[in-house]
Write a protein of this length. Structure first.
Length: 74
């Protein structure tokens, strides 16, 4: 399935995500894997709490970080 700028996305409810120090730690109980998310990945995760278009997500990231729309969409 291809994702376009108009695609509506939402985060999965499968992983457990908890803040630890200055990052977000995610764990997938089924696979036993865990991940540490940096500040940008954490911002993406937080913005995916409700359905959002990829275009709107990129706009929010461009407002918060020094990134242009072209960079954000790749």
């Amino acid at each position: 399935m291809a994702i376009s700028m108009k695609s509506r996305v939402i985060r999965s409810s499968d992983p457990i995500a908890e803040p630890v120090d200055d990052e977000l730690v995610m764990a997938d109980i089924d696979s036993g894997k865990y991940y540490g998310l940096n500040d940008i990945a954490t911002a993406i995760w937080q913005n995916l709490e409700k359905k959002i278009t990829v275009e709107d997500l990129c706009k929010r990231l461009c407002e918060s970080y020094e990134v242009n729309p072209e960079q954000c969409s790749t």
